[in-house]
Design a protein around this ligand. Sequence first.
Ligand code: FNR
Length: 189
Amino acid sequence: MAQRRVGYFVGSLSSTSINRTLSRALIRVAPPALEFTEIPIGSLPLYSPDFDADYPPEALALKAAIAESDAVLFVTPEYNRSIPGALKNAIDWASRPWGQNSFDHIPAAVIGASIGSIGTAVAQQSLRGVLSFCNARQMTAPEAYIHFSDDVFSSDGEVKVESTATFLREYMSEFHDHIERVLTVLPRS
Ligand code: FNR
């Protein structure tokens, strides 16, 4: 089985992000064939088309990191029933300049954790719309809306509740299958 490189985005800039904790949990339970590298978004300037002719180093690094990935995973909070501005800004950078959209045909999955009971469901729908326009090949099922609790997750990503660990393990196994299916017909060059 080929190793697959997954670049992952944490949509939060918080130093105590529960979504970063979720990303650690996902990496712990993922199939061994998946290798993970975080794609940082915190130092990107705000996108403007004025940069299209001469991208700054942070944005060039972002696009290079996606190019080196076989797939991307978005682990994001919900902010005001959508995705955080920092994540949208990163996606806007990666989608440009026109004709050089980094997400074209890339296998992708979305997941998120919230302290609220709907577990980022609205943000994920918003993100799915953005990724559709960017032509990413999204895993549509299973969906995963995580209601975060310290009783379930340790800060290092240990999942303390077996049913949650099983659910996340199956989610990542399905993501691996999805990556293989997409790359079979749409290999990354
Ligand atoms: C939130 N939060 C939140 N939660 C939610 O379920 N739906 C929402 O629309 C919002 N909106 C929102 C806006 C802003 C600006 C903040 C700062 C927070 C609460 C959010 O789920 C909580 O802060 C999480 O801890 C955010 O995830 P990270 O940053 O810890 O990964």
